[in-house]
Design a protein around this ligand. Structure first.
Ligand code: FPP
Length: 251
């Protein structure tokens, strides 16, 4: 057997890049809300509110473009280091987003997914998130995955822990641990392979986002602050993806 992850094999079966090719799975590190607000002498909350508008805009545009899955980094496992007030504001925005947008997502056949350890959030918010995911579970359309209390190293450590427990219980032969098996244990197990990872606001790092999944993704760093990211910016990113040459280790 060829020793590559199944999702990389999946990629090999994919038509690949070329002008007009739409990535199946796009992930976005939505950075720059604070700077957007600061430039306007507004509180950071105003930047996050404008960030939610961008979430709405971009997720609609992704669906219209035929992108199968969009994964958004809304709250990282490191974001707990922010002031309590800002954390509360972000949770409030998430609550409001679910209340205001779930009907639209459900009626548009969107399947909502969560990646990350969101069960560490307040119980009422966990219940809201669970209800929202359950309401869209029977849908068959595009996937919208929201990363909540997500960190890739934590995700991978949890996979290692679960596999070690199964090995200790005699249910798993350590020799059977392969990239493919790990892939199936990740929070993203039911999402297509990641094709394109975008980070806004000019920063060029992954900040503990989808480290495993990004192995063969195209990376795109744009200077635009997240609240300014438009439908046209997404179309530009997709066009840039179409110009990349993907070889997956081959020639
Ligand atoms: C980074 O900007 C952004 C975040 C940490 C939060 C992203 C959250 C949203 C866009 C809103 C909530 C999302 C949903 C799905 C309802 P930053 O604050 O680090 O900006 P800065 O680097 O300019 O300070």
């Amino acid at each position: 057997m060829i020793p590559v992850a199944a999702k990389a094999v999946d990629h090999l079966a994919h038509p690949g890049t070329g002008a007009g090719v739409v990535p199946r799975h796009v992930a976005i590190i939505m950075d720059g809300n604070g700077r957007w607000a600061k430039k306007r002498f507004l509180p950071r909350l105003a930047g996050h509110r404008a960030g939610v508008e961008a979430v709405r805009r971009v997720s609609r545009a992704a669906r219209a473009m035929g992108i199968e899955a969009l994964t958004l980094y809304a709250f990282s496992s490191e974001n707990w280091r922010r002031p309590a007030e800002e954390i509360g504001d972000l949770m409030g925005l998430l609550r409001r987003f679910i209340r205001s947008d779930l009907d639209e997502l459900a009626s548009e056949n969107v399947r909502l997914r969560i990646i990350g350890d969101y069960r560490r959030f307040a119980p009422d918010l966990v219940a809201m998130v669970d209800d929202a995911v359950a309401r869209t579970a029977a849908n068959t359309g595009p996937l919208l995955a929201i990363a909540l209390n997500y960190g890739a190293q934590g995700e991978l450590a949890a996979v290692a822990r679960r596999l070690a427990e199964r090995a200790l219980a005699g249910e798993l032969d350590p020799a059977a641990i392969s990239p493919d098996l790990i892939d199936r244990e990740l929070d993203t197990h039911d999402l297509p392979p990641l094709d394109l990872l975008i980070r806004t606001s000019g920063e060029q790092r992954l900040s503990n986002f989808l480290l495993w999944q990004a192995a063969y993704a195209e990376l795109l760093f744009v200077d635009t602050l997240w609240p300014d990211f438009t439908e046209a910016a997404l179309a530009d990113a997709v066009a840039a993806f179409g110009l990349r040459q993907r070889r997956f280790g081959g020639l």
